[in-house]
Design a protein around this ligand. Structure first.
Ligand code: ADP
Length: 264
């Protein structure tokens, strides 16, 4: 009989979920743009079950991670985001030693050993610059969706420099650049560069060891990935599952738990 486990990543802006079967194959993923303190986690759970045709009783174990993991009551256990991102990344790319994770309100750089265990990390959770929040604020001013930023940046030859390192000042700077007729693609390219250079500084402080990958929602933006590759001078691996890495790691911890239960 098939057995299933669930991983839930309850983020600041987005809730993500993954169901794995007993072979640790991904059965279903689900993402809702509503994070902790909203109905997002509940919607993810319901969406996962509905789309996979499974019942709640079919899920043997659920692990929650993310910013909102401690207030979510639907899980059997909680595991830190850092551990889950490490585990999820190792599953997707076993050769990765440095993970750059940019989410909705923080950015982290993790170092992994050959077994995918975290050996060190650095985090920026004090400042919105260099996070998804910065991109959201800028997209809003430019009347674009965050998902449009990548193709907009790709149209630009040159990036316009954003000098302010603070989101609030950068917002005024972009508004005045727009007022003076700046080219939107060049501005967007500059915005992607700005996020990349903040995170690259974090990565340099901890030391960049190849191979390198990006996780978190901002990894979906090819403009930021490209700018980071240029800043760090390394190739950056990317999976379309990047935003689901934490949920995948949580599901893998759930699979470990069920595996150990079955053996005992
Ligand atoms: P959290 O767990 O903190 O909610 P996520 O890792 O889920 O963070 O990432 C959410 C962030 O990713 C949001 O700020 C969102 O705007 C950003 N994001 C998602 N998709 C894209 C995209 N295609 N381009 C740029 N940013 C994106």
């Amino acid at each position: 009989m098939s057995t299933y486990v669930m991983g839930m990543d309850i983020g600041s802006t987005t809730s993500k979920g993954v169901i794995l079967n007993e072979k640790r194959e991904i059965v279903k993923t689900f993402l809702v743009h509503a994070g902790t303190g909203t109905s997002g986690p509940q919607q993810v759970r319901e969406g996962l079950l509905k789309e996979s045709g499974l019942e709640a009783e079919d899920i043997l174990y659920t692990v929650a991670t993310g910013y909102g993991r401690k207030t979510y009551e639907g899980a059997d256990a909680q595991v830190s985001e850092l551990s889950c991102h490490g585990k999820g990344t190792h599953f997707l790319f076993p050769e990765v030693r440095t993970v750059i994770d940019i989410g909705g309100q923080d950015a982290k750089v993790l170092k992994l050993d050959a077994q995918g265990r975290m050996s060190n990390f650095l985090m920026n959770d004090k400042c919105a610059a260099g996070t998804g929040r910065f991109l959201e604020v800028m997209a809003n001013i430019l009347q674009l969706q965050v998902s449009d930023l990548e193709k907009e940046a790709a149209k630009a030859e040159e990036a316009l420099k954003i000098s302010s390192t603070c989101t609030v000042f950068a917002e005024s700077e972009v508004i005045s650049q727009l007022a003076s007729g700046a080219d939107t693609p060049a501005l967007v390219k500059g915005i992607c560069r700005s996020v990349a250079s903040r995170t690259a500084a974090l990565a340099r402080r901890i030391g960049v060891e190849e191979k390198v990958c990006m996780s978190g929602g901002v990894a979906n933006n090819g403009g930021v990935r490209q700018a980071l590759e240029e800043e760090l001078g390394v190739a950056i691996l990317y999976s379309p599952l990047a935003q689901l890495t934490g949920a995948l790691g949580a599901a893998l911890f759930a699979a470990d738990k069920v595996g150990s239960k079955e053996e005992s």
